[in-house]
Design a binder for this molecule. Structure first.
Ligand SMILES: [Zn+2]
Length: 290
């Protein structure tokens, strides 16, 4: 399993917390017809993206990007000790997969300069915090945490109506500890990292582009979840807050990077997860990079 990639002067590490069965394809992608699934079952299974019972296989992971100046963690995955009754394998989890993966890649929590979240869903914020003496504290003590301001505002509003546990235990404690930076789309880190607004999955969803003067790598977050969506960009998963906008964002993202050298680092595609976008018929394919 490839866990390390390079692009330009960047080194990119995957820190995999979990990879396996997620949801039945028809459940997760309500627009997926039995005919389209039948046509695509073969390559999806060969790619390790679908199992024998038509359940989608997803990876849950962070990326660490080393630029010449900074060490940046993108999306902080699921986390430990968090009450997640809706998903038993994530609920009050205590395994050491994540911190072991971090150490195996050669990093300690103190090495991370920035933590950046593509959006504030449960599986992208979990390791923002860890439990210490009964309190949630930032896991990465030296990091500044970058959240999109419009995304933060959306969850603040949603949380005011009915409590959103991942926001309460994995985002707000970072703000209270004064480690958070709420940014607009003009935020950049020197000349190496920029924001690409990619709304739809959530209203303030953003992708991160890295590379000096050109996009050597892009971190796509949840603008797509499964390789079948590169073939059919209109297929929006049931979690997309605005499925129509998400489909539009997905197609324009794929068009933007189609037939370029940019390494597309997805959040959830099964291993090796990372690839380059190429045209295929009316859609696209993410050609994996080993
Ligand atoms: Zn996700």
């Amino acid at each position: 399993m490839s866990l390390k990639f390079s692009a330009g002067d960047l080194t990119i590490h995957r820190i995999v917390e979990e990879e396996g069965k997620f949801l039945p394809a028809h459940d997760m992608l309500p627009g997926l017809t039995p005919e389209v699934l039948a046509e695509n079952r073969g390559w999806m299974k060969a790619a390790g993206a679908l199992d024998d019972s038509d359940t989608l296989i997803l990876a849950f992971q962070s990326y660490i990007v080393k630029t010449p100046h900074h060490t940046i963690l993108i999306d902080s995955c699921i986390g430990n000790h968090k009450p997640r009754p809706g998903r038993p394998t994530w609920n009050m989890k205590t395994d050491d997969n994540y911190l072991r993966g971090l150490a195996a890649a050669g990093f300690s929590v103190g090495d991370i300069d920035y933590v950046m979240c593509t959006h504030l869903h449960v599986d992208h914020v979990g390791w923002n915090t860890r439990l210490e003496n009964g309190r949630w504290v930032p896991t990465f003590p030296n990091a500044r945490y970058v959240f999109d301001k419009s995304e933060f505002d959306y969850w603040t509003e949603t949380n005011a109506k009915a409590e959103v546990p991942p926001f309460v235990d994995s985002v707000l404690p970072v703000v209270e500890a004064r480690r958070a930076e709420l940014v607009g789309n003009d935020f950049a880190i020197d000349d190496h990292m920029r924001i690409l607004p990619t709304p739809g999955h959530t209203p303030g969803h953003i992708a991160f582009t890295f590379g000096r003067g050109k996009d050597d790598a892009v971190f796509a977050g949840d603008l797509m979840h499964s390789p079948i969506q590169t073939h059919y960009p209109e297929l929006s998963p049931k979690f997309d807050v605005d499925p129509v906008q998400a489909a539009k964002t997905r197609r324009s993202f794929l068009e933007r990077y189609c037939d370029t050298d940019t390494l597309c680092c997805t959040a959830h595609f099964p291993s090796p997860t990372v690839g380059k976008i190429r045209r295929k018929g009316n859609g696209f394919v993410c050609e994996t990079v080993k």
